[in-house]
Every structure is written in C-alpha cells, then in structure tokens.
Design a protein around this ligand. Structure first.
Ligand code: 0O2
Length: 221
C-alpha cells in the first residue's frame, strides 16, 4: 500500500507506535493484577484470556478514509480510537460488567467512551462491551495520555465475532442475505448459551457456598 504521508511523518509515527505499544503493556499488566487479586479473594478467574494488537496500517488507512479524513499522524491520533486494542475474554456476561467496573476504578485510567453492544446489539448481531480509555505513559521528559480500546466479551461472543469478521472480509461487507440471517440467528443462540451458562454457574456457586456453610467443605475450581 502507498503511504506517502506516513512516510514523510515517519519519525512522528514511530513515536506514536512506541506510545501505543507502551499503553498496551500498561493496561495488560493492570488487567493481570486485577485478575490475580480477584482469584486470591474469590478463588475464581473472571478473565479467561487477554489478547492485544496494534492496528495494521491498512486498517488505519481504511478507517480514516471511512471518516473522510486525510491520512496524517495527527488525524490517526485524534480520530482512530483503536490503534492500540486489547480484547478481554471472560466466561460469563456478569464478568464483563465486573471487569469494566474494575477498569473504570483504576485511578490513572480515564474512560473516554463506552459502547455496550451487549445491552444494544448491532443489527448484524454483534455483541461485546467496548471502552475507549487513556492511560498515562511516562517518558523521560513527559507523560502522555495514550488511547486504548478495550473490548470485553464472553468466549461465545468471541467465537461469533471472529467468524463474522472472516465472513465480512471474504464478501467485502456484502455477504449473501441467507448468511447474514444465519449469523443473526447464531447471535441469538450465543445470547441464549451465555444466559444458560451463567445460570448454571450461579447454581454451582450457591451449591458450593451451602456446602461450606453446612459441612465446612471448601470447593475450589
Ligand atoms: P478491525 O479489523 O477489527 O480493526 P469509534 O471507536 O466510536 O470511533 P468504531 O471504531 O467504528 O468507532 O467503533 P466500534 O463500533 O467500537 O468498533 C471498533 C471495533 O470493534 C472494530 O474495529 C472491530 O474490531 C469491532 N467490531 C465492531 N463492530 C463489529 C462487527 O459488527 N463485527 C465484528 N466482528 N467486529 C466488530 P474495526 O476497525 O472495524 O475492525
């Protein structure tokens, strides 16, 4: 791909990428600490796993084009919120809101925007909880608040989103109607599965705490 403007602003771009990369590391560490603390306090991991990525130049260029903006480093920093992206995968929907709440309480993390696609799924069936946050990155001569997009979703939502993403690119956004319809149906099944798994888990938790109460047996998993 031809990136003449980025090429001219190469130094500025390298600096920005260094900041985004540092911000990903900072957020990753904070999430790991929260997960470990939670495990110690409740014998339970709300986070299944975490992945992170820096957005590809092609995807950044596409997004700015969609927004009708020129491809400049200034515009990338200002308008592309997900250059640095973290995906947090949880077992249960309740964990998503628990993690989001914990993130919003971290003192140096500022929440700029939240999109709750679980309460309000996209018309194609996409569900996930998105937060745009900033985290300070401490350099030798200054501190820079750097944007990170955090996507929080269940394993089932992630399964759906990764297949939908592949289909979207395969058909360049124009998948046949029957595939779109089947994806929407699958999204309803995902929501059903998540509800069922959550209620089974709640039953198990109640059963475990009754056992501790009645027999002093502690159940760990
Ligand atoms: P890619 O290829 O994953 O990087 P805003 O942040 O408000 O300026 P944006 O970025 O459109 O606007 O916000 P949104 O809706 O939060 O989407 C950000 C990212 O969420 C997307 O990045 C996807 O990763 C994911 N996402 C959003 N909608 C869908 C969807 O319908 N299906 C799937 N599979 N993922 C989705 P990109 O840059 O679009 O894509």
């Amino acid at each position: 791909m031809d990136l003449p403007i980025l090429y001219n602003e190469a130094e500025e771009w390298s600096q920005a990428i260094m900041l985004y990369d540092a911000a990903l590391k900072e957020i990753n560490t904070k999430l790991e600490i929260l997960n470990n603390e939670f495990k110690l306090a409740h014998q339970y991991n709300p986070i299944e796993h975490i992945t992170s990525r820096l957005k590809t130049p092609q995807s950044i260029a596409n997004k700015l084009k969609r927004y009708g903006r020129d491809l400049t480093v200034e515009n990338i920093i200002k308008y592309v919120n997900d250059v640095a992206g973290i995906r947090v995968i949880c077992s249960f929907t309740s964990d998503i809101y628990r993690i989001a709440d914990l993130i919003s309480k971290i003192s140096d993390v500022k929440v700029l925007k939240v999109k709750d696609y679980i309460a309000n799924p996209k018309p194609n069936g996409y569900t996930s909880y998105h937060m745009i946050v900033t985290i300070p990155v401490f350099l030798s001569n200054m501190t820079v608040d750097t944007k990170v997009e955090i996507q929080i979703r269940t394993i089932a939502m992630d399964f759906w989103a990764s297949l939908e993403h592949k289909i979207y690119y395969k058909f360049e956004g124009n998948a046949p109607d029957h595939i779109q319809k089947e994806l929407r149906e699958c999204s309803e099944l995902v929501a059903y599965l998540d509800r069922k798994m959550l209620s089974i888990n709640e039953e198990i938790q109640n059963y475990s705490s009754n056992q501790v109460k009645n027999y002093g047996i502690e159940d760990k998993y």
